[in-house]
Design a protein around this ligand. Structure first.
Ligand code: UDX
Length: 437
């Protein structure tokens, strides 16, 4: 008989994992304490935006294999439970808040059938899995715990789940590994690399990967600062160093830096955990990575002041983009929205547009002005900031929109607009890390 699966926590990661596992032919039940979210999922509506996922959800619900519930009792018959609850940054301090992980494991431990395997996918501080295993075994001595970190990127969630570039499983015995090999058989058959690790290594792989990515971005943003000081061009520099395969050209896009629900909080939680382990010196550099990243946001504000003057209370600024990256409606720690809010706090009239993230942005910063169209957003602007690189912003009719603004001045915070095209259309163009031409 095929394994029966559950997914606990149906946020970004969990909803994606549940729909994707169902698409592989498994019976999957998704559990969440948020009854509104569960009702939406059961009706085939995704509570967030992710390309292709709502269609997959609808398709899988129709097969009858995929269901969602608020009741842990729906799990009594399940063989493999994937733990996908959030681990946000604590309100006070840098560490991860493990409340949801701990409460889910405590509750789940009363609903485990003999031999069930619990598989953690949430990003946790190293050492958490070992502690959770103790809780689990106290209530369910015949169960087992493994850790299988998730590397999916928002905007590519289905692709990254069904065609991941590797599968990492932290296990304490062969049986757990062979259950996971069975679950992921279709992915192994398409050649996905398989890495068996112990629990702490599996936990660390995730935060190490995100720390490396954050470091790459802050590295290029540090180079952008130097390029600005030296009158050089960071986009050319990134291209030139990226041809070296040891460096690679990905994640070298200079601009306003990284945000979202993972990179910022993961590097902070990693530092906090290293501190507890007495290894804080090893991760001292991440503090610098974090501050370079936050400085990139400040640099945009400094540039705006330099370009349009300090009397921001008399200025209207159009912000194109609110999501932390394109193809997402996620505004968690969004650099774009942070910059918009800071300019608003400094007295400017700030109008924001985003193709998908307007609702979430409005909830976060209700005092900003939200424009339902790019045209409305640009009208009477003293300065336009391009802060999230949605495709539609690269396809604007530059001559036509020039007539809408008060001054044709654009600051490209993502280094992804065609400078020559904007200049040809009569715009004054400024980009982070590039000398003005
Ligand atoms: C990240 C990891 O990539 C993923 O493997 C992990 O599972 C979760 O965290 P995600 O948060 O979806 O994924 O976003 P990602 O594509 O990594 O981008 C993070 C941030 O970095 C975005 O704000 C993006 O705009 C910024 N970024 C990315 C840059 O500023 N420059 C770049 O070159 C790349």
């Amino acid at each position: 008989m095929r394994l029966r699966l559950s997914v606990i926590g149906t946020g970004y990661l969990g909803a994606t994992h549940a729909a994707c596992m169902s698409s592989l032919g498994y019976t999957v039940v998704g559990i969440d304490s948020d009854s509104e979210k569960i009702a939406l999922l059961n009706s085939g509506t995704l509570p967030f935006y992710e390309p292709g996922l709502e269609d997959l959800l609808k398709e899988q619900l129709a097969t009858g294999r995929l269901t969602f519930s608020t009741e842990f009792s729906a799990l009594d018959d399940v063989d493999v439970h994937f733990l996908c609850v959030g681990t946000p940054q604590q309100k006070q301090g840098l560490a991860a808040d493990l409340t949801y992980v701990e409460s889910s494991i405590a509750e789940l431990s009363h609903h485990l059938k003999e031999g069930a395997l619990v598989v953690g996918k949430s990003t946790v501080p190293v050492g958490t899995a070992q502690k959770l295993a103790t809780t689990l075994l106290a209530n369910a001595p015949q169960s087992d715990l493994a850790w299988n970190p998730e590397f999916l990127r928002e905007g590519f969630a289905i692709e990254d789940t069904l065609r991941p570039n590797r599968l990492v499983v932290g296990v304490t015995n062969d049986r757990a590994e062979s259950i996971l090999r069975e679950v992921y058989k279709p992915l192994l058959e398409i050649g996905t690399p398989w890495i068996r690790a112990d629990l702490p290594t599996a936990e660390l792989v995730k935060v190490a990967a995100n720390s490396f990515l954050a470091t790459k971005i802050s590295f290029i943003n540090a180079m952008a600062e130097v390029c600005e000081a030296a009158g050089a061009d960071v986009t050319v520099l990134a291209k030139a160093i990226g041809y070296d395969p040891r460096i690679g050209n990905k994640f070298l896009q200079a601009g306003i830096g990284f945000g979202g629900g993972c990179l910022p909080k993961d590097i902070r939680a990693f530092m906090a955990r290293a501190d507890e382990l007495g290894a804080s010196q090893a991760l001292e550099f991440l503090r610098e990575i974090d501050s370079i990243n936050l400085r990139a946001r400040q640099r945009v504000i400094d540039v705006v002041r330099k370009l349009i003057g300090d009397d921001l209370d008399k200025k209207t600024i159009s912000v194109l983009g609110a999501a932390f990256k394109p193809e997402s409606d996620d505004v968690r720690d969004s650099p774009a929205l942070d910059i918009a809010a800071q300019l608003h706090a400094a007295g400017a009239t700030v109008k924001v547009h985003d193709p998908k993230a307007m609702q979430n942005a409005k909830k976060r910063f209700p005092s900003l002005i939200f424009s339902s169209s790019v045209e409305e957003c640009l009208t009477e602007a003293d300065c336009v900031l391009h802060l999230t690189e949605w495709r539609e912003y690269r396809q604007l009719d530059l001559k036509r929109i020039k007539d809408l603004v008060k001054y044709p001045l654009i600051v490209d915070g993502r280094n992804s607009l065609d400078r020559e095209a904007w200049q040809e259309a009569g715009w004054k163009f400024h980009a982070l890390g590039r000398a003005d031409t």
